[in-house]
Design a protein around this ligand. Structure first.
Ligand SMILES: Nc1ncnc2c1ncn2[C@@H]1O[C@H](COP(=O)(O)OP(=O)(O)OP(=O)(O)O)[C@@H](O)[C@H]1O
Ligand SMILES: [Mg+2]
Length: 400
């Protein structure tokens, strides 16, 4: 697959020259004539390298570069500044904004091409080195429908991306009824269906990056098919291959599972590090959870692999937590309060409650879950530039 170059310049002539040069060199070239356009484009596709003009009306190249760096999905993409100004000050400013390289116009086509190749090679080495870091995989699951699996999975995925500023994949395995994209208000440009007819060995990270929908929180979503019947074309083999590929390129993978032990669900459950079992405080849910624990035992899952979250999907007269713990013989580490207005509004608007500016009880409860579910090495070390989420969570923990 050809490498994707995004060139950003307000001058049409410059764009044409760059395009002609790079198309000849075999690259897939995308162009944007303003910073805004470029930032919108990288929500749909992640280029392998970005060429940025500095002087542009509205938003200059420095600002575009800073914003690209601030987004987890583009924070690592090489950025090369292309500019007519050749002063030391300009260069320093560019590097400070997070640029990787600098080329003065007019440039020699051969030099542009050579420098791009250097960056792409370097990035490839970094990606391979990083591949050592394996994703932590978290399944959100219940045998009973309507207890908040999708809502919690969505908010956990967004919370992980925001807390650690690392790439997070959100994989919808409710293949016949999935709603993850809806919860994030993402148009269904691509879904699992796009993988149905592709030979398994050709499923690689570039293809998946093209198919996953990019959310502004830093979460990449592999959405469920539009039509119920398409879900059946997704085999457990395809699911396993996708997980295999994703796990070396994302820091976290969150699965939204259907309420059954289908083969595709099992493919995710088997390799998950954590299974978050969602239940409501009522009898039907206790029964479903007890059945689920039974099956997990038979599957040989160790006790620490699954933990229960009690979600108050109704307002009152629920069973007491300690009674449920007694019946299930398991501790319940997390409780999510009832807040129907918040949840319904979040679903209707496609805006996860955890991303609300104003702190809310649901967001706080899920943020704490997010921390508990994070990799030990993330929990143990202070990030270089701590996120707002990290600071909030850490502050709460220190008060406890
Ligand atoms: N903490 C909560 N407070 C109030 N209502 C909630 C809460 N959590 C979830 N709900 C409600 O429960 C319903 C189901 O939520 P959601 O779709 O997330 O669950 P699900 O288990 O994925 O369901 P499905 O069976 O459709 O896959 C939603 O209508 C939501 O409004
Ligand atoms: Mg659901």
């Amino acid at each position: 697959m050809a490498s994707k170059v995004l060139a950003v310049d307000d001058n049409m002539v410059n764009l044409k020259v760059v395009r002609a040069t790079l198309v000849r060199a075999g690259f897939d070239v995308f162009t944007a004539s303003s910073g805004d356009e470029a930032l919108a484009m990288v929500k749909e596709m992640i280029p392998d390298i970005i060429l940025l003009d500095i002087t542009m009306p509205d938003m200059d190249g420095y600002e575009v570069c800073r914003r690209l760096r601030a987004r987890p999905e583009t924070s690592q993409v090489p950025v090369m500044m292309l500019t007519a100004h050749d002063t030391l000050e300009e260069k320093v400013k560019g590097f400070e904004a997070g640029a990787d390289d600098y080329l003065t116009k007019p440039f020699q086509p051969a030099e542009l091409e050579a420098r791009i190749r250097v960056h792409l090679r370097r990035r490839q080495t970094i990606t391979i080195a990083k591949a050592e870091e394996k994703a932590r995989m978290i399944s959100v699951f219940s045998l009973r429908g309507g207890v908040g699996v999708t809502s919690l999975a969505t908010n956990i995925a967004c919370g992980l991306a925001q807390t650690w500023q690392k790439p997070v994949a959100f994989v919808d395995l409710s293949l016949t009824m999935g709603q993850s994209a809806l919860m994030l208000n993402l148009p269904l440009r691509h879904t699992w269906s796009d993988l149905a007819n592709i030979p398994i060995t050709e499923i690689d990270v570039d293809l998946l990056r093209d198919i996953m929908l990019q959310h502004s929180s830093g979460v990449s979503v592999l959405a469920a098919p539009r039509h119920v019947e398409d879900g059946e074309m997704i085999t457990p083999e395809i699911v396993s291959r996708v997980i295999e590929v994703l796990k070396t390129h994302y820091a976290y993978i969150v699965f939204d599972l259907p309420h059954d032990f289908s083969e595709t669900s099992l493919a995710a459950l088997d390799i998950s590090d954590d299974v978050v079992v969602v239940m409501a405080p009522d009898f039907a849910s206790v029964r479903a959870t007890s059945e689920l624990i039974e099956v997990f035992n038979r599957l040989g899952y160790h006790l620490g692999k699954s933990s229960i979250v009690m979600n108050w999907i109704f307002e009152r007269r629920g069973l007491a937590k300690k009674d449920i713990e007694g019946v299930l013989k398991r501790k319940i580490p997390w409780v999510i309060p009832f807040a129907s207005e918040l949840v319904v509004q979040a679903i209707n608007l496609g805006a996860p409650f955890i991303l609300e500016d104003k702190p809310n009880p649901l967001g706080i409860a899920v943020e704490d879950m997010v921390f508990d579910l994070s990799k030990q090495e993330d929990q143990d070390s202070k990030p270089e530039s701590p996120s707002l989420f990290w600071r909030r969570i850490t502050e709460r923990r220190s008060r406890k």
